[in-house]
Design a protein around this ligand. Sequence first.
Ligand code: NDP
Length: 343
Amino acid sequence: MTAAPGTTVMSVAEAEAFAMRILRANGLAEHQAGPIARAMAAAEASDCRSHGLYRLIGYVGSLRSGRVSAAAQPRLERVAGSFLRVDGDNGFAPAAHAAGVAALIDAAQHNGIAALALTNCYHYSALWHDLDPIVDAGLACWAFTVGQCIVAPHGGNRRLMGTNPIAFGWPRAGQRPFVFDFATSAVARGEIELMGRAGKALPPGWAIDAAGEPTLDAAQALAGALLPFGGHKGAALSMMVELIAGPLIGEPTSRAAAALDNGDGGPPLGGELLIAMSPEVFTSGLASDWHQQAEAFFAQAREQPGVRLPSDRRHDARRRSEESGVGVPDMLLQELAGLSLCT
Ligand code: NDP
């Protein structure tokens, strides 16, 4: 890849190593730092920049403020049947996920369906990265997490809910999996932050200001509230996420988590619920072929001009980046390099 003006090209491995250096320099234990650095490098490679290296600023903010435990040791517990829970020990969510994902896969493959709750941890990574190993193991999977409290309910004028993403993955033999993953807000909060940094105006319908009036200004939106996508429908899905990734698994709603936040810019306290399902087990004893049926469905979708599947763009970007690297803005790299200096 030729570097665009003002950018530096890194290999995906270099991006991961860069993130590791900064996290280590800020005292984060290896088993916590590794999953974060891998998720960030994967986000850079997949051209999902709002969850890439830029997030180091927030992670380091929470380490320096002491809100998140740098040496947290996540603990996996089989609560009942195929319901598993990881207590994140007040650490970051990627390490909690790493501690539980193999057991979730095993439980779903044996029992047909299994759920994993990540609790007592701080989350703001992209959900598709959490789904990837589960879908690669031949399972369909849902993931839900409560995001930062900044979304107004439909018809409301101030924040009540998180950006509350929902992700779903479907395995495809010999093909890239079908995965969708989006915030239930009109856009992810990180995207607003990046648009603000770039001095870009927001599209209409994304946000309201602190007085509840529509705004196109990123700073005013961050001081006010984002709107749900799809009006009352997105708002209802967002409320569902508040419930199933909050009270259902013993975690706070986004508003309760916000009350505990110290403003260090890092991830909010909040759990994640993963539900994995085995198509093999669900269809055992039946004459139907789940794989063939699904592939016929995807082929019918692609027959229509202009249709692409969710995750096509991400998979294409990933392949390109593995070959030619990722271009990271120099200004961001300089800012991030400053984070490795002790304060
Ligand atoms: P986007 O709106 O960018 O994309 C959402 C999904 O839609 C992707 O799966 C994308 O696939 C797909 N998609 C986009 N355009 C099309 C199209 N034309 N046809 C078919 N599919 C399409 O997502 P958001 O900005 O809402 O969220 C970004 C990320 O932020 C997510 O990964 C989410 O998990 C994360 N997030 C995390 C939070 C946290 O607290 N942990 C909070 C909120 C968000 P593709 O990738 O291939 O383009």
